[in-house]
Design a protein around this ligand. Structure first.
Ligand code: NAI
Length: 303
């Protein structure tokens, strides 16, 4: 076949083999969608027990996706699931897992030291062309990339929970990220069936940068007794068309997660009044009321 230069450049950057490090809520979802969209996926975690649970969750979720997609044909649905699963392998060896990777997406615990250490190891093990990305929600991509030499092939790929359902993908650049890397990440996002938006490496990128101060204002309204949690949620749903109000969404996300993010930012940006930790959030977390997952947060739930 005849290929002109620009075509071969695109070919060279096409992402086919993806390694996902971390098989939890987000990593499992990213691995699932990547396998469903024709990529060869290696999913990595710390031990085989965690990986087999993740594999089970993925397979259940894939069946749900297949049923929606091919509702009238059981045969096609089964083929979709088995084809997708055949592209998904697991490993507990992160350095070996990146040997054939075009892209590595990191979705491990939200801890800067652990992420830095991981990327230093991967940088030494991965081929030249491999692009590295973090799915961090709240940490700086620049800091995560600190110990990796390939800064031009480093960026953020921020997915949303649940990954198979949520359409958005934030594509984040650090100053060194090359345009070719951005183009590859954008093309991959599209291949994953997501809608991509681009943002610089600033706290919270787009969505969380707006969401976190919005939560804070909602918590403070409630703390002052200006309105009840129910009325604030109802107002924001019916007044703006948001599917959930700030308290429902906080409970769904997990109050420990929200507190972790805001505490981190408050420490790093002490002069930013929008990043202030609210007392009601602190209190609920200290009481173990973390939201839907513990049966109580701002609201009570039937377990
Ligand atoms: P999770 O706790 O469900 O999963 C993390 C997984 O990483 C666990 O299975 C753990 O065993 C594994 N892990 C930890 N250290 C590892 C290492 N060194 N090597 C291999 N595996 C390791 O966490 P979740 O919620 O999936 O979050 C992962 C990342 O995604 C975090 O950076 C978080 O900020 C980000 N994120 C989370 C969202 C959410 O809604 N939970 C949304 C968007 C991003």
């Amino acid at each position: 076949a005849v290929r002109n230069f620009s075509n071969s450049a695109v070919m060279a950057n096409a992402i086919k083999n993806v390694t996902v490090i971390g098989s939890g809520l987000m990593g499992g979802g990213i691995a699932q969608v990547a396998a469903q969209t024709g990529h060869n996926v290696v999913m990595v975690d710390v031990d085989d027990g965690v990986l087999s649970k993740a594999h089970e969750r993925i397979s259940t979720s894939m069946k749900r996706v297949a049923k929606k997609k091919f509702g009238d044909s059981q045969e096609e649905a089964n083929k979709f699931v088995s084809d997708s699963l055949s592209r998904l392998t697991t490993s507990t060896d992160s350095t070996a897992s990146v040997k054939n990777a075009d892209l590595v997406v990191e979705a491990i615990v939200e801890n800067i030291d652990i992420k830095q250490k991981l990327f230093k190891q991967l940088d030494e093990a991965a081929p030249e062309h491999t692009i590295f990305a973090s799915n961090t929600s709240s940490l700086s991509i620049q800091k995560i990339a600190q110990n990796a030499k390939r800064k031009d092939r480093f960026g953020g790929l921020h997915f949303f929970n649940p990954v198979p359902v949520m359409k958005l993908l934030e594509v984040i650049r650090i100053p060194e990220t090359s345009q070719a890397t951005i183009d590859s990440m954008l093309a991959w996002g599209k291949a994953m069936g997501k809608v991509t938006v681009q943002c610089k490496d600033t706290p919270g990128f787009i969505v969380n940068r707006l969401l976190v101060p919005y939560y804070g204002e909602a918590y403070r309204m409630y703390e002052r007794g200006d309105a009840t949690t129910r009325d604030i949620d109802t107002a924001m749903k019916l007044g703006t068309g948001y599917p959930m109000g700030p308290f429902e969404l906080s409970d769904y996300t997990g109050l420990d997660t929200n507190l972790f993010v805001i505490e981190g930012w408050a420490k790093e940006y002490p002069d930013e009044p929008l990043f202030k930790v609210s007392e009601s959030l602190r209190k609920l977390v200290s009481e173990g009321k973390l939201g839907v997952k513990t049966g109580e947060g701002f609201y009570k739930y039937n377990k």
